[in-house]
Write a protein that binds this ligand. Structure first.
Ligand code: UDP
Length: 333
């Protein structure tokens, strides 16, 4: 590995997935330089390298970061992710998620940095026509969030066709879990994701969990999702980076566990892992939720040797519970 390749600019590295990737990079001897505006990330999650505080739409701040640290590659995590917010504030999403990448790619071009790992999403597929979802599935997103991420995939394809850019667009399924040592984990505010909300209800914090819809066309009526442990996701990012560093062409690839679990199955596992009941009340469907999302991992296995090792629900939920128990100041059971 060259010296240049030993430094990566991690845009949004103070957020949930970005911070876990920083930890994994550092474990490999790569310096993660976090670039973050702390609109949703956390200062205490920046632990493995230098911090540059700035906004991805600020060209001068980006130029200064490239000049000071000379990264060999960029990983881009900074984005608005809450689907409901996207419907209410589309301009905010297009500005941050799309204009932000225009700004980043321009800065990369000025700095001569040509490798990018980009956080895309299974939300770019929309309502699945075929399950499990392969990368050949038509991309017809059904919400603003998915459309902004798809717009970036198209932008990356255009730019890499014309210029030296080489990118990996990683289409995440449901990231979950926490660092097994309990050091970092999921801390969204407001928290909208199933597993932390179920753990919160099990911990007796904030009342019963809201289960959004039990009348889907699935075996038990609740939505089926593919939960991927955030450490497995991080390993996928490092493999993608390795591929780009060793001269690969650009690619887009699913990252999931390849297994689907219903909301009720997840709640049952939360009860088993925590040894506590999950008080829960059924609410109407949440707009925009597909009945089932499930990744086909054939391409990820072939391109990245991707083999998620921690993504069984017991391990995902056990790691998340360890982190949250500490974060919420709960005594050990
Ligand atoms: N969900 C739920 N209650 C919650 C959060 C999520 O019933 O408090 C359901 C949601 O409707 C979906 C599944 O859990 O069917 C996963 O949702 P999450 O927000 O974790 O991820 P998404 O699949 O939307 O990215």
């Amino acid at each position: 590995m060259t010296d240049e390749a030993r430094t990566v600019l991690v845009v949004g590295g103070a957020g949930y997935i970005g911070a876990h990737v920083c930890k994994a990079l550092a474990a490999r001897g790569i310096v993660p330089v976090v670039f973050d505006n702390f609109s949703s990330g956390h200062r205490h999650a920046v632990r493995w390298g230098p911090l540059v505080e700035g906004d991805v739409r600020d060209a001068a701040a980006l130029d200064a970061a490239f000049e000071a640290h000379r990264p060999g590659a960029v990983m881009h995590f900074a984005a608005c992710i809450e689907v409901g917010e996207g419907e209410r504030e589309p301009l905010k999403f297009w500005d941050n998620n799309v204009a932000g990448v225009v700004s980043l790619l321009a800065a990369m071009k000025r700095a001569g940095c040509e490798r990018l790992v980009f956080s895309s999403t299974c939300a770019t597929y929309g309502e699945p026509q075929t399950l499990p979802l392969t990368e050949a599935e038509p991309q017809t997103p059904v919400n603003v969030y998915g459309r902004t991420k798809l717009a970036v995939e198209r932008m990356l394809a255009d730019v890499s066709a014309a210029e030296g850019l080489r990118y990996a667009a990683l289409r995440y399924f449901n990231a979950a879990g926490a660092s097994p040592d309990g050091e970092i984990g999921e801390e969204h505010d407001p928290e909208t994701h199933l597993i932390p909300n179920a753990l919160k209800a099990a911990a007796g914090l904030g009342g019963p969990m809201k289960l959004f819809g039990d009348d889907y066309d699935t075996p038990d009526g609740t939505c089926v999702r593919d939960y991927i442990h955030v450490m497995d996701l991080a390993a996928g990012h490092l493999a993608a980076l390795d591929r780009l560093w060793t001269g690969s062409e650009s690619f887009a690839c699913n990252l999931g566990s390849g297994r689907g679990f219903s909301v009720r199955e997840i709640l049952k596992t939360v009860e088993t892992v925590t040894g506590r009941p999950v008080p829960c009340e059924t609410h109407p469907r949440r707009p925009g939720d597909a009945a089932t999302l499930l990744a086909d991992l054939t391409l990820a296995r072939g391109l990245l040797d991707f083999a998620p090792a921690r993504s069984d629900p017991e391990t995902v939920i056990g790691d998340a519970w360890r982190f949250h128990r500490r974060a919420w100041g709960l005594a050990d059971d």
